[in-house]
Design a protein around this ligand. Structure first.
Ligand code: ADP
Length: 296
């Protein structure tokens, strides 16, 4: 796959991170899961630490995520899963107190290099949130919004149809494209948000608990959709639902928190492996306790 261009617009340096490093390193470091027999990595985070103000939220994360795989991030609340996920498309840039140290390598490029444009990053690396958040616009305009913002060329009707088809929504909405998206069910709204993310032709979808506000049937549809989409995309999902991680993901990273002397809690990765291994034969007792429901 050719390297995506991430430096197309002039706002390149706008969201670049603050300099400096966080000291410390009490946690065990994970070796990036690299092997020549595996699909190439789409992301590698190296020694990634994120702080809000002077508080470290998640520390020293080394993970390698692979193309056309679904990677699940699991762990108790507050261990930094969403914080970490947001680093993968520079969404933390939008939080003024957030500081990111370390590297995120995407297709071999440092996402946080000074000449990288965060808008181009988010075009290539789409995001879907916990609660469906369609814009108060028509179904059509929800999908067309991103392509218009990034100046995508081509027939907009085709772009909209293609995104809705990919999100398994076209047949349900093709006769009411001009109606308000708020008239859709919750599950349809979430698939609309997935279609909206797909419309700018990303190659990665980041999903932050995408099913937590949905009923079991809508959840199953999203899970089926994820399994279809991974043929063309790489997916990273934060989920509190361990059955969901076990059902859909190829690899799982288990995050946990460690209590500091001052009472502050810092997240870190305990173990990262094939999902089957994490759930049936984890190498760390803390992972085993979590996946068997002993804590969390
Ligand atoms: P998780 O997704 O695992 O529940 P989060 O990434 O949401 O964890 O949070 C990790 C830590 O970072 C928590 O202590 C949380 O309070 C803190 N945090 C998250 N977002 C912000 C923010 N915008 N400002 C300040 N602290 C935050």
């Amino acid at each position: 796959m050719p390297e995506p261009k991430l430096t197309e617009t002039a706002s390149a340096a706008a969201g670049s991170r603050a300099a400096g490093r966080v000291s410390g390193g009490r946690f065990e470091r994970q070796a990036p899961a690299t092997s020549p027999t595996m699909a190439p990595p789409i992301f590698e985070s190296r020694d990634l630490t994120v702080s809000y103000g002077d508080k470290v939220a998640v520390r020293n994360v080394d993970l390698a995520m692979r193309q056309h795989e679904i990677t699940a991030l699991i762990g108790p609340s507050g261990c930094g899963k969403s914080t970490y996920l947001r680093c993968l498309n520079r969404m933390n840039d939008l939080i003024s107190s957030a500081r990111v140290d370390g590297e995120v390598i995407y297709h071999g490029q440092d996402l946080y290099a000074g000449d990288v444009d965060p808008v181009q990053v988010r075009k290539r690396i789409g995001m879907v949130f916990q609660k469906p958040n369609p814009f108060p616009k028509s179904i059509y305009d929800n999908i067309a919004f991103g392509p218009r913002v990034v100046g995508m060329k081509g027939n907009m009707d085709q772009i909209v149809e293609s995104a809705l088809r990919r999100a398994s929504l076209w047949d349900e909405v093709k006769d009411r494209l001009k109606t308000n998206a708020f008239g859709m069910s919750g599950g349809q709204q979430q698939r609309l948000c997935i279609a909206r993310a797909l419309a700018t032709q990303p190659d990665v979808l980041l999903m932050d608990e995408p099913c937590s506000a949905l009923d079991p049937i809508s959840t199953a549809r999203i899970e089926d959709l994820m399994l279809e989409l991974k043929a063309d995309y790489s997916i990273v999902i934060v989920t509190h639902n361990m059955q969901q991680a076990a059902r859909v993901s190829d690899r799982t990273a288990f995050f946990s928190v460690e209590l500091q002397d001052d009472g502050h809690r810092i997240g870190h990765v305990v173990e990262f492996d094939h999902t089957e291994t994490i759930f049936s034969n984890p190498s760390d007792k803390r992972t085993e306790d979590y996946v068997t429901g002993k804590f969390g």
